[in-house]
Design a protein around this ligand. Structure first.
Ligand SMILES: [Zn+2]
Length: 113
């Protein structure tokens, strides 16, 4: 499963960060997941619960922050939410859209002790 290796990677990063800070426990991991990041939050949660058991994150809480898919029109400069993957400006119908958010998949917050 795609999400399994992603979660393993997240845990690896969190653990090495915790060790750098001489922490022995990970309390909270905050993740940013974009609408178009290609991962399913439910699967991330499921894999996290499975993989965390033998790590210093065994009691950690996983918080997922969903980032909406947002675009900026190159013609009129409008920012708008992209719905149903329609890359068309809602103001001028322009189709040169620059993505400004929605592809995130990163650790945003880490709480250790
Ligand atoms: Zn426009």
């Amino acid at each position: 499963m795609h999400e399994l290796s992603i979660v393993q990677n997240i845990l690896d990063i969190a653990e090495s960060e915790a060790r750098k800070n001489n922490a022995t426990r990970i309390i909270k991991i905050g993740l940013k997941i974009g609408e178009m990041s290609g991962v399913v939050a439910d699967s991330i949660n499921f894999c996290f619960e499975t993989l965390k058991t033998n790590t210093i994150a065994r009691d950690a809480e996983l918080l997922i922050d969903h980032v909406p898919l947002m675009g900026r029109c190159k013609q009129c400069g409008a920012d708008f939410r992209i719905k149903d993957y329609q890359f068309i400006c809602e103001k001028c119908n322009g189709n040169e859209i620059e993505l400004i958010s929605g592809k995130e998949l990163q650790i945003e917050e880490l709480e250790v002790e």
